[in-house]
Design a protein around this ligand. Sequence first.
Ligand SMILES: [Zn+2]
Length: 103
Amino acid sequence: MRTQAATCSAVALVRRVVDGFLRGDCRGRFVCSGCLVKLTRDHLDKSCATSEIVRMMDHIFTAPNPIAHAPASTCALCARTNRPCLGVPLPNAARPLPQYPHA
Ligand SMILES: [Zn+2]
């Protein structure tokens, strides 16, 4: 018998939801904490208090590894700029982009 409170206290659960989302629908894009909180809450079917999810999201932003952390990026969902965002870069994004100095 697990209570919902016990489920909510698991940062690992929120991390898994965020990780799954960033590797799935939002692959290669950066999403701000506000949007991630909303998505996680929807995914968890509102069984978690939003304040709890916000707290855990802070925790993940503090130690996001292996997710990439961008201190000031543009969110792919709400398009707000200069937001702390998380994302999972595409595998081929590790290669330097081709440069066209005379384009
Ligand atoms: Zn956002």
